[in-house]
Design a protein around this ligand. Sequence first.
Ligand SMILES: C[N+](C)(C)CCCC[C@H](N)C(=O)O
Length: 264
Amino acid sequence: MPVEEFVAGWISGALGLVLGHPFDTVKLLGFFKGMSFPIASIAVVNSVLFGVYSNTLLVLTATSHQERRAQPPSYTHIFLAGCTGGFLQAYCLAPFDLIKVRLQNQTEPRAQPGSPPPRYQGPVHCAASIFREEGPRGLFRGAWALTLRDTPTVGIYFITYEGLCRQYTPEGQNPSSATVLVAGGFAGIASWVAATPLDVIKSRMQMDGLRRRVYQGMLDCMVSSVRQEGLGVFFRGVTINSARAFPVNAVTFLSYEYLLRWWG
Ligand SMILES: C[N+](C)(C)CCCC[C@H](N)C(=O)O
């Protein structure tokens, strides 16, 4: 199984994330909180995303990454490979994402001397506390919503990226860096716009269970959110998600493409 894609996904995900982190935290108030943990986790997750995508395409079309410029895969294959990558990455992402959401929502001002310590003191402590208080399955709270969010939207991600690259690249050539940046940026926006409704639900499910359980499940969470806040609730954070998605995914795709070209 070709592994370059996993390694390139690893590095490019980490680079993209550095750019996106401030945006990611703005929506949850608490700039630059906990940067090292997301870097480590996104590297793993992005490596699964790109590695599984590329290897699924290899299975479906019998072409390697290098051969795909000359023999471009069909959009159906791209979509299916993207969905497969999205499904598996969501599973790896679930516990990391849960910890990120819990830590970012911990917005109490810095502890004064003598005041009780924050509930979660850091990512490892947070993971251990969830494990203790909510059981091992607690670490996967919200995982279904996350999987539903990512399976189709990663398909959209790769379709948008490939479609835009093909549009602006003469046949058989590699896309230019400008094309890769723009196509990557718009791929990020398109997939995040589509992902936002389930992103809202996913985050609510992840925060649920912290104190008293509010929702019976994903559907209940959707219905009561819409009842209380109207349909607009599904677009909470869509602007900040898109503003973050452009630079993050422009850099992710640029570094991914260049690492693979550089390795031959
Ligand atoms: C599918 N969805 C849009 C949720 C994410 C696509 C992954 C892209 C990148 N890791 C990022 O964080 O933007």
